[in-house]
Design a protein around this ligand. Structure first.
Ligand SMILES: NC(=O)c1ccc[n+]([C@@H]2O[C@H](COP(=O)([O-])OP(=O)(O)OC[C@H]3O[C@@H](n4cnc5c(N)ncnc54)[C@H](O)[C@@H]3O)[C@@H](O)[C@H]2O)c1
Length: 457
């Protein structure tokens, strides 16, 4: 548990000083590992560290308005989220809110704020080593809405800005469209220093990310997500992809952006169905993270669906903090990152079986999460109440919790093609309890029974 203590006698009047009170053992582990601590370049560094700690700790405690004790069991991202909570409770307003994704030399920040597209230049300026040559890439829906504000923001910081438009829709997440983009970039003489800005939803982000990672072996990429799904999910973590005729997302790269700029204002023009699809992913994070996040989501939904986005910033921040922590641990998707696919295995089968037309991604994942909950209940992991909480919450967003016009056997055939399937068994992400995702092998019979239960009567 993190701990917070408020001190009586602030000695600095114009600043708010917070002392991050790490335990001596933690300090020792961190500092003695480092070779760049001049004060510890002595014969007995541990002894020296003990002396310095004893000399300084009381002074630091007295000088601070607040003492914050980070929780050693949590990542830096989680501790920062707790620290930000503390600061916002104290009345500090951060615009934009910042969250780090710590991946050593590929680390970057996610900036989340209101009306921040117009400040793009100032925000991008804070990233090291970027040139002033920018190409914004967007589609025919998002470009006309936001490219001018965004370009003006960049120009304020002396960027030279070009613009390229790609086709709108999942079918343009293709190698053909990537090829068109390579041509357009060559025509504009984009070189290895040109900064590429992906302005749009997940489709634009995945396609442009793929092109940025491969054109001239990689150009600096900035993700500017404009759908809720892209802000909480696809813009973070570095997966890029295009689809081929046979399979979705079958060609792609891992390529982290240099910064992510999420402007809540852009969500105001999002069609309601797309907002709901993004909320399906938010709910997914809620079940993965457990309480109190899931309670916060439940209490915020009504307002968000009525267009009041005050709570949305915190929800986006917390979703990104969860994803950042998972990606920091498993960037290459070899282990824990799979939990982010909660509801996605059945969801993907529903999307594919319906030809990617009837259900959008969020709707299919919504049904998939209910399916995962039914299986977890059958296996005795979760109780009736948590199972019912899935349907209740997703229905309150206006998302489907059952499918229609599809045959369970057809879905099962699609599930047999799933990459995660091993030795004739499906590997699904289930909840062992609220906030406790696990990967579990499930046989065809249980899956078939669940698919039948998920079908609208
Ligand atoms: N890379 C990843 O980690 C990852 C994760 C999840 C999903 N994805 C991918 O993301 C894609 C889905 O993304 P999506 O849900 O954002 O869909 P999308 O990009 O297709 O956007 C949905 C629709 O909304 C429009 N739109 C976008 N922003 C708008 C705005 N502010 N105002 C009005 N209209 C706007 C788009 O033009 C599009 O028509 C899929 O291709 C999926 O595979 C990738």
């Amino acid at each position: 548990m993190t701990g917070v203590q408020t001190c009586a006698l602030p000695i600095w009047q114009n600043f708010h000083v917070i002392y991050l009170d790490l335990s001596f053992d933690e300090l020792k582990a961190r500092l003695l590992r480092s070779k760049r601590r001049p004060l510890l370049k002595v014969e007995e560094p541990e002894k020296r560290l003990t002396e310095l700690y004893n000399q300084r700790r009381n002074f630091y405690r007295e000088a601070a308005h607040q003492i914050f004790v980070p929780d050693g069991n949590l990542s830096a991202a989680r501790n920062s989220a707790a620290l930000l909570d503390l600061l916002s409770n104290l009345g500090f307003d951060f615009e934009p809110a910042r969250l780090s994704v710590d991946l050593v030399e590929r680390s970057y920040q996610i900036l989340i704020g209101d009306d921040i597209l117009a400040q793009a230049g100032r925000l991008v300026d804070q990233v090291d080593g970027l040139s002033r040559r920018a190409v914004i890439i967007s589609n025919g829906t998002v470009g006309p809405l936001y490219r001018q504000t965004f370009a003006a923001g960049l120009k304020k910081a002396d960027f030279i800005v070009d613009y390229i438009e790609v086709g709108t829709g999942e079918k343009y997440k293709s190698l053909d469209e990537a090829n068109n983009l390579y041509d357009a970039l060559l025509a504009k003489r984009a070189d290895r220093d040109t900064v590429i800005f992906a302005l749009g939803g997940g489709v634009v982000g995945d396609l442009v990310g793929f092109v940025a990672s491969t054109y001239m072996r990689g150009l600096p990429l900035v993700q500017v997500p404009t759908t809720l799904l892209a802000q909480v999910d696809s813009s973070v973590g570095g997966k890029t992809a295009v689809n081929t005729a046979r399979a979705k997302n079958s060609v792609g790269t891992f390529y982290q952006p240099r910064v992510v700029i999420s402007d809540l204002e852009t969500l105001k023009t999002l069609p309601p169905r797309e907002l709901q699809a993004g909320l399906a992913e938010v709910v997914k994070y809620g079940f993965l993270a457990g309480s109190p996040f899931i309670d916060l989501i439940e209490n915020s939904l009504e307002g968000i669906l009525k267009g009041d986005f005050t709570k949305l910033k915190e929800l986006i921040y917390r979703c990104c903090a969860y994803k950042a922590e998972v990606v920091e641990e498993d960037e290459a998707d070899r282990g824990r990152r799979a939990v982010l696919n909660y509801g996605h295995t059945i969801g993907h089968a529903i999307e594919a079986a319906s030809g990617y037309r009837r259900y959008n991604h969020g709707e299919a994942v919504s049904i998939g999460m209910v399916g995962a909950a039914l299986i977890a209940k059958q296996l005795g992991f979760i109780d009736d109440e948590l199972t019912a909480r899935h349907s209740r919450l997703l229905k309150s967003v206006g998302l489907p919790v059952k499918y229609s016009d599809l045959e369970p056997e057809v879905l099962l055939e699609h599930l047999k093609l799933d990459k995660k399937r091993q030795h004739g068994k499906h590997r699904l992400i289930l909840l062992r309890d609220l906030g406790e995702p696990v990967i579990v092998k499930v046989n065809d019979e249980l899956l078939r029974a669940t698919l039948m239960e998920l079908k609208e009567a």
